[in-house]
Design a protein around this ligand. Structure first.
Ligand code: GDP
Length: 311
C-alpha cells in the first residue's frame, strides 16, 4: 500500500516510525510541519523535520522523543556561562545537524533537497518532505504577550500564555515542496498522525494546494487527544483556550470535511457514536504508543481499518 503521512514532531514521528517499520506499506512519504522552524545563532533549526528523521533513523532520544540519543550539552552549557541565550536546549550532536543544514541551505540548496541529503546520510529509506521550501512561520497570538514567534511561545514561555489565534505567516504565498503533491496524489491512503491539530497539521494544510490534494483522497486520522488530555504538549490547552472542549470528538470535528475515519482510544469509547453520526468512522483501540511495537501495531491497525472500510 502507498501511504502519505502528515506529521508534526514527537507524536507524529512515533506513528510515522510504525508506518516505516511495517511490511504492509511498500511506499511511504512523510510530509512534515515547518511552522516551528526558526533561526537561532544564525542556524536554521527545523525541530519537526529533525524529530521525524531522528526517529526514523533510530537515533532519537528515547526519553524526550526529540533530540538525539546519548547527546551531550557542552556547547549550550558553555554558552550559558558566557551569558548567551540558552532557553532552547540544543545538544551537541543536534547542533551538528543545524550547522550542516545551514551550510547546505547557504549553498543554495532547497530545504527539501537538504532534507533528502541528510535523510540519506541517516540511512532513512522513505521520503521525508518538508511541507514547503518557503518559510511559513507559525505566530501565536496570545492574551498576555501579544504575538509570539512559535518557539518563544512553546519553549521560552513553556506554552503558558493564553492563545487567541494562530497565524501561519506567508502561508498563502508558499508553495508545496517538490514531491509533496505528487506523493499525495500517488497514495492509496493519507494518514494524519497523532500530532497537534493546531500547530502541527494545520500549518501543513494551510499551504495552498495541500488541503485540496488531501481532500480528494481517503484520509484516516489518529487522535492525539486521549481521555480529554494530550500525551504531551499543549493541544488540549489550545482547544480549551479557543473555546472547544478537548476530546477525540473535537479532533474529528476539526478535520471533519477531510476524514473517512479516526482511531480513538479505549478511554474515548463513549465518543464513538457521536463521531459516527458526524459521518466519520471511528475505530476504538489502544492509541498510546509506549514502545516501538506499539507504533507498528497502531500503524497496522490504521491500515487494516482503511482496508475494511474499502470493502
Ligand atoms: P510536537 O511538534 O513535538 O508537539 O509533536 P506533534 O504535534 O507531532 O505531537 C504532539 C501530539 O502528539 C500531542 O497532542 C500528544 O498528545 C500526541 N501524542 C504523543 N504521543 C502519543 C501517543 O503515543 N498516542 C497518541 N494518540 N498521541 C500521542
Amino acid at each position: 500500500m502507498r501511504v502519505t503521512a502528515l506529521a508534526g514532531g514527537v507524536g507524529g514521528a512515533k506513528l510515522a516510525d510504525g508506518l516505516y517499520r511495517s511490511p504492509m506499506i511498500n511506499d511511504l512519504a512523510v510530509i512534515v510541519n515547518i511552522g516551528d522552524d526558526f533561526e537561532h545563532f544564525g542556524l536554521t533549526i527545523c525541530p519537526d523535520l529533525d524529530t521525524v528523521c531522528y526517529t526514523l533513523a533510530g537515533i532519537a532520544n528515547p526519553d524526550t522523543g526529540w533530540g538525539q540519543s546519548e547527546d551531550t550539552y557542552a556547547v549550550i552549557k558553555t554558552l550559558e556561562r558566557l551569558g548567551g541565550p540558552s532557553w532552547f536546549k540544543l545538544g551537541d550532536k543536534d547542533i551538528a545537524t543545524h550547522m550542516e543544514r545551514t551550510r547546505l541551505l547557504r549553498a543554495r540548496n532547497r530545504l527539501s533537497t537538504v532534507t533528502a541529503m541528510l535523510s540519506r546520510k541517516w540511512g532513512i529509506e522513505c521520503c521525508v518532505l518538508p511541507a514547503s521550501d518557503d518559510p511559513v512561520p507559525t505566530i501565536v497570538s496570545t492574551v498576555e504577550m501579544g504575538s509570539l514567534a512559535f518557539q518563544e511561545y512553546f519553549v521560552k514561555y513553556q506554552y503558558q500564555p493564553q492563545v487567541v489565534e494562530f497565524i501561519f505567516k506567508n502561508a498563502s504565498k508558499a508553495q508545496p515542496a517538490p514531491g509533496v503533491l505528487e506523493a499525495i496524489e500517488a497514495s492509496d491512503l493519507i494518514i494524519f498522525c497523532p500530532s497537534n491539530p493546531w500547530v502541527s497539521l494545520d500549518p501543513i494544510l494551510a499551504i495552498p494546494g495541500i488541503r485540496e490534494a488531501v481532500s480528494s483522497k481517503r484520509v484516516i486520522a489518529i487522535s492525539p487527544i486521549i481521555g480529554g488530555k494530550t500525551v504531551k504538549g499543549p493541544a488540549a490547552k489550545m482547544f480549551k483556550e479557543l473555546g472547544i472542549y478537548p476530546s477525540a470528538l473535537a479532533v474529528a470535528d476539526h478535520y471533519r470535511s477531510l476524514l473517512e475515519g479516526i482511531l480513538i482510544d479505549h478511554a474515548d469509547d463513549a465518543l464513538a457514536g457521536a463521531i459516527d453520526r458526524m459521518g466519520i468512522k471511528p475505530l476504538v483501540t489502544d492509541t498510546f504508543m509506549r514502545h516501538i511495537p506499539d507504533r507498528i501495531r497502531l500503524a497496522e491497525e490504521a491500515i487494516h481499518f482503511a482496508k475494511r472500510n474499502e470493502q
